[in-house]
Design a protein around this ligand. Sequence first.
Ligand SMILES: [Zn+2]
Ligand SMILES: [Zn+2]
Length: 188
Amino acid sequence: MADKSYLEKIFAEWNASHFQGMLHPPELRWNARLSSSAGRFYPKRASRWSLWPKTPVIEIATYLLKEDDSEKWIRDTLGHEMIHQWLWQLGRPYGHTAEFRKKMKELGVSRYNLVPRRRAVKYQYHCPSCGLAYPSRKRIVMKACGRCCRAHAGGKYDSRFKLILDNKLPSLEALGGSVGGGPASRDG
Ligand SMILES: [Zn+2]
Ligand SMILES: [Zn+2]
């Protein structure tokens, strides 16, 4: 599912509906390592030798694909990043400015990139074989590491790779996280 055309389609839709089609197509990328925020925008600076800036980049965290309502989150995140790009293209300050927030209201996207996984996760599991971490909102009863089962058990459930509970994580609300906003990501 993490293919580029999916992002391109959503980009084209937002571009037409809220940016008069003026945004130049950026380099759209899925980023599997991105976890501090759901998305990221960065303009590519013109190198000293180039006459014109190269394409800016928007990255979307692949973990959004695993969320319930993943399409909603991907749309939301991409829309948010596109506002950064829009302001940048206009030569405006492109952080979370008043102008930025006004545009967010128009699009109906969230204040910041919510990181629903971080907000909702309560349980942390790991695979006893490869060590891969599996954060989860719910208690997992019978689940094995997908990666190891695919690699060593022909894709079938194998108890050797049954996930192990590390700890129950305190909710962010309990830690004083703001209600509704969740942990806000800091991105470009
Ligand atoms: Zn594993
Ligand atoms: Zn942002």
